[in-house]
Design a protein around this ligand. Sequence first.
Ligand code: FAD
Ligand code: UDP
Length: 372
Amino acid sequence: MKNYDYLVVGAGLFGATFAYEAAKRGKRVKVIEKRDHIAGNIYTKEVDGIQVHQYGAHIFHTSNKEVWEYVNQFAEFNRYTNSPVANYKGHMYNLPFNMNTFSEMWGVRTPEEAMAKINEQRQEMAGKEPKNLEEQAISLIGRDIYEKLIKGYTEKQWGQKATELPAFIIRRLPVRLVYDNNYFNDTYQGIPIGGYTQIVEKMLNSDLIDVETGVDFFDQKAKYLEDYPKIVFTGMIDQFFDYQLGELQYRSLRFETEEKNVGNYQGNAVINYTDAETPYTRIIEHKHFEFGKGDKDKTIITREYPADWHRGDEPYYPINNQRNNDLYKQYTKLADEKADNVIFGGRLGQYRYYNMDQVLHAALTAVNKEFD
Ligand code: FAD
Ligand code: UDP
């Protein structure tokens, strides 16, 4: 065993960014990763000349210039703009909710007509404070859109009634009175040409960093804690403490990937299935993230099925409701008392529904705290 300064647990975006910055400062870093590949959930792999997003559609978007410039060191980004389409029982609606959606839904043509319709629909929530996702959605956009484009998708995605879900989940979705299908409001957006894996590969490519895949921290937790002066842990914080305060909740997913012998299967990178009956939430067709690049007679699609999480499953989403956030806080207290040589980071370590740009920001914040 060399004289490492850090053990980084997890070769995802948080762990890799920390390792890269530590090595830049002359520190020796060991990275362990339980999967058989690096890059965590942003992992992409080339099949038929197409970059396949192995863990679901990943679109980089941010309004943080520093983060955008930072990530551009490691890849060149294309001009991909996310504009998913919703399929509700065979009817196609543009997302996010904008003039195209309103026009398809109600036959309205102007922002004034759309606003009048939305206001009429919102009446049922007039004067009431939305207490859950259903009420939030209706007060934002009205019942028609809620029933057709939100309710089924959301209840599948989270495995709970919309009346039991926190309102904040839906506040992520923009509502616009212009004919603009850009899903995000951010200043910068794109997909790295050639995929995401190269970003993490470049970050970890240093003489000062050793990476081992197929290694689970919990197989030798005590030894790692003894051997390494400092640990950066990007797995589940409740698992780190052997769930001693109780389990945090997560949502899992199952991905079903298929090669099709057609050049263009669905005409868009992302189609959401917003009815309750279709068991998957979305189908992604990977080649459209790079404007059709790859084999012209083949395409790769992935259906995304939401799933309950049980110990041992992949914890794709933290469920940031009040109960879980309170429990997470108690775990951070435990971390301060019992594990002051461990930095908990990333979507699982910080138990936050982070996007990639937020993970980069969180990792750079941890780096500043550690070194500056
Ligand atoms: P992870 O990528 O989860 O990395 C953690 C790593 O630690 C994993 O590789 C894991 O195997 C490893 N690990 C865990 N426990 C152990 C252990 N005990 N021992 C060893 N290794 C361990 N963000 C966007 O910005 N845009 C998007 O469009 C977008 N779409 C998404 C779609 C889906 C379906 C999902 C699930 C997420 C999406 N995200 C998106 C979020 C993005 O994936 C995350 O922000 C980012 O990947 C989190 O990085 P991380 O390093 O925190 O976690
Ligand atoms: N959502 C919806 N209908 C859609 C897409 C999203 O109701 O067609 C809701 C759903 O509750 C989802 C939330 O909006 O959980 C956030 O969607 P986003 O696409 O940002 O989620 P992610 O890509 O993180 O899964």
